[in-house]
Design a protein around this ligand. Structure first.
Ligand SMILES: [Zn+2]
Length: 131
């Protein structure tokens, strides 16, 4: 399962990060950026995260996913930035066109196809049940 291996990679990265930068308190949420070209089910990713984090220091945390648009770099004219989006009637989402919007040459995707952790929400209150 695609989402399972993505969640696994995220957890590996996070565990490694926490080893070097320990946090005080409990990690409540893990903020991640998801590139628009990365096709996944957010529910399946959340479910994989819940299963994989069980018994770890980040158990009970939730993933907060922010979708990021595609950015390209054009080797032909040096353009760097967002791409054009094609919307067609009947489509429920816009499809990025992976060509340089300036010269229409083939552009390299520099952002928009991976998952990356961008931050953590940490609850530093002591763990007492809420009244
Ligand atoms: Zn170009």
């Amino acid at each position: 399962m695609h989402e399972y291996s993505l969640a696994h990679a995220l957890l590996d990265g996070l565990t490694d990060h926490l080893r070097h930068h320990p946090v005080e308190g409990r990690v409540r949420a893990v903020h991640i950026r998801k590139g628009e070209l990365l096709i996944l089910s957010e529910e399946a990713l959340a479910e994989a995260w819940r299963i994989l984090t069980e018994g770890t220091e980040v158990a009970g945390s939730e993933l907060r996913i922010e979708n990021v648009p595609v950015r390209v770099r054009c080797p032909g004219c040096g353009y760097e930035g967002p791409v054009k989006y094609m919307t067609e009637e009947g489509w429920h989402f816009a499809v990025p066109v992976l060509a340089c919007p300036r010269c229409a040459g083939r552009a390299d995707v520099i952002e928009g196809r991976d998952l990356a952790i961008v931050g953590l929400s940490v609850d530093d209150a002591p763990e007492h049940p809420q009244p």
